[in-house]
Design a protein around this ligand. Structure first.
Ligand code: NDP
Length: 306
């Protein structure tokens, strides 16, 4: 069987594409890498800017998306897409570990993975003091002292979340200002157990086998300072997971080049969500991409039949 569209990724962009595909009566398949789905939205403690929801956990919002997709019969298969081939042909192929699927179009909606902090000994302490997910690991730090690296929405949300049960939270921002939205900045400034260090970067971890703290550098200091904390959360952005199309479509830096139509430089290949070059990467814009990508898929398929 040849699908009309295979959607790679089942985050907000991929599931929205699945829902729009179903409503457009397209023969669609969503490939979900179970492990990737457990990142981004599911790891967001609170989403406060998705229209219609003043405050909902990322996991609950995701569950709603998934329920909606399943209720209308979107075909979701828990298989990781490993390779895309024949992208210039009318029938393209997507390989997984156990199958090879044929499709007329592909939407890559594979999201991204958290960036590493890049400080010394980071890898040695992953899961043992270094975390990239406050909602997953925060509970281990009840009544303890922790640091959060970053000044964007994720880091500030993480610091607010952790401040509710950690004894003390240090937010380490590398510039002299945060990048997070004003509402979050106002909220964190109200937290009495959060201390913000600006123009501060982490150099290394202190401790032999046990995580004991961080070596940090304040901008104007020549010597490094010790910050005694029980753990560090890295919240400095993500790397888009574009590997399936790397060197096959036009890129713009780390992202795949595509405008609001979500069309890439190769006919029949589309992108949606965080892998696409765009101004704002949020749940709502990921969903918008999913809808736009299916509209473009429909136009492409119609052209092919003329
Ligand atoms: P951002 O890219 O927005 O911010 C990254 C932050 O990390 C910046 O403060 C940046 O500093 C800092 N940083 C980057 N690299 C380093 C480094 N090596 N060392 C120290 N600091 C570093 O990423 P986020 O993950 O915060 O957010 C990603 C996207 O997700 C954004 O568009 C955000 O709005 C969105 N988001 C949306 C939510 C929602 O819809 N509710 C919730 C959370 C996030 P600098 O400013 O100096 O570059």
């Amino acid at each position: 069987m040849v699908y009309d569209v295979i959607i790679i990724g089942a985050g907000p962009a991929g599931l929205t594409a699945g829902i729009y595909a179903k409503r457009a009566c397209l023969n669609a398949l969503v490939l979900r890498d179970k492990y990737a789905v457990s990142s981004q939205i599911c790891n967001t403690y609170e989403v406060c800017n998705y229209t219609g929801f003043n405050n909902i956990s990322g996991q609950d919002l995701y569950d709603n998306f998934e329920k909606h997709a399943k209720e209308i019969g979107v075909e979701i298969v828990d298989e990781k897409a490993l390779e895309i081939t024949d992208i210039y042909l009318d029938v393209k192929k997507v390989k997984t570990k156990n199958a090879e699927y044929e499709t007329k179009t592909i939407i890559l909606a594979s999201g991204g993975t958290p960036k590493k902090g890049g400080f010394e000994r980071e890898d040695d302490f992953i899961g043992n003091g270094v975390s990239y997910c406050a909602t997953c690991d925060g509970a281990f730090f009840k009544d303890k002292e922790v640091a959060v690296i970053g000044g964007g929405d994720v880091a500030v949300e993480d610091a607010i979340f952790l401040s509710r049960f950690a004894k003390k939270v240090y937010l380490l921002v590398r510039k002299n200002e945060m990048r997070a939205t004003k509402a979050l900045q106002e909220e964190i400034l109200k937290a009495t157990n959060v201390e913000i260090f600006y123009e501060t970067v982490v150099k290394s971890i202190i401790g032999d086998d046990k995580f004991e703290g961080l070596l940090i550098k304040f901008k104007n200091d020549i010597i490094l300072s010790e910050l005694s904390v029980d753990g560090v959360f890295v919240g400095i952005g993500m790397n888009p997971d574009t590997s399936l199309l790397k060197d096959k479509v036009e890129m713009d830096g780390d992202y795949i080049k595509a405008d609001e139509t979500c069309e890439t430089s190769v006919k029949g290949i589309f992108v949606a969500g965080d892998v696409r070059k765009k101004q704002l990467r949020q749940v709502i814009t990921a969903c918008a991409d999913g809808a736009n990508a299916i509209t473009s898929v429909q136009k492409y398929l119609l052209e092919k039949t003329k």
